[in-house]
Design a protein around this ligand. Structure first.
Ligand SMILES: *[C@@H]1O[C@H](CO)[C@@H](O)[C@H](O)[C@H]1NC(C)=O
Length: 203
């Protein structure tokens, strides 16, 4: 029973993480695989696809420091649709890979499920559905449906929780949670990707 569950979770992890692996052309060895350093010079990073205007889905996969989160966004259909829609602006709060691999549980696991259903919470089709729903909520907690996003403006993430940001000692901090933003370099036609040191609202 234990090994079945471990296998299921591992397969889940591999299928989710392989999405991002495909884009970096380097497979994760396992779900705690090595965090890859940002590419020093990625030739694709400066070339817009087919000369058109660049949008969020184009840039999200390019920065290797956030490729786990980028893979998650591609796994959730409603989110990947939004990020490929040039008419809808979004601020993507993307946690760095290490922030995700260091979480006490996988982002698709919840304490509530384990408390209610025990160790088999993610067995079978219902378990798979629960994992997918949890992952969707995790991603939605990191999607702010506006851009530009002025300092101090309290907005709701797609998951429905309130979020805002402020400057503190010269650093951009997302609240609640005091999460430092390390880069806001990716500004494109339908929004911005902010790279964060931590993950949001992970209870
Ligand atoms: C969407 O983002 C673009 C690029 O930052 C900006 O020029 C435009 O005003 C934004 N539109 C809305 C409705 O916020």
């Amino acid at each position: 029973m234990r090994s079945t569950r471990a296998l299921t979770l591992l397969l889940g992890a591999v299928s989710i993480y392989s999405v991002s692996a495909r884009h970096v052309q380097k497979p994760f060895m396992d779900n705690l695989g090595p965090v890859m350093p940002p590419a020093a010079s990625d030739p694709s990073a400066t070339t817009p696809p087919d000369g058109g205007s660049v949008i969020l889905c184009d840039v999200l996969g390019r920065d290797r420091s956030i490729n786990i989160f980028a893979g998650f966004t591609r796994d959730i259909e409603a989110i990947s649709k939004r990020l490929s829609d040039g008419q809808q602006n979004t601020t993507v709060l993307a946690p760095v890979n290490s922030a995700i691999t260091n979480l006490p549980r996988k982002p698709w696991e919840s304490n509530e499920d384990y408390n209610k259903l025990g160790a088999d919470a993610y067995e079978g089709k219902p378990g798979e559905d629960r994992a997918h729903a949890n992952l969707r909520t995790f991603v939605e907690e990191h999607i702010v449906p506006e851009s530009p996003w002025p300092e101090g403006a309290k907005l709701k993430t797609l998951a429905g929780t309130e979020v805002w940001w402020e400057m503190k000692d010269g650093k951009k901090i997302v609240q609640p949670g005091n999460i430092e933003v390390t880069s806001t370099a990716s500004k494109v036609a339908n929004g911005q990707v902010w790279i964060m040191k931590g993950a949001r609202n992970y209870a």
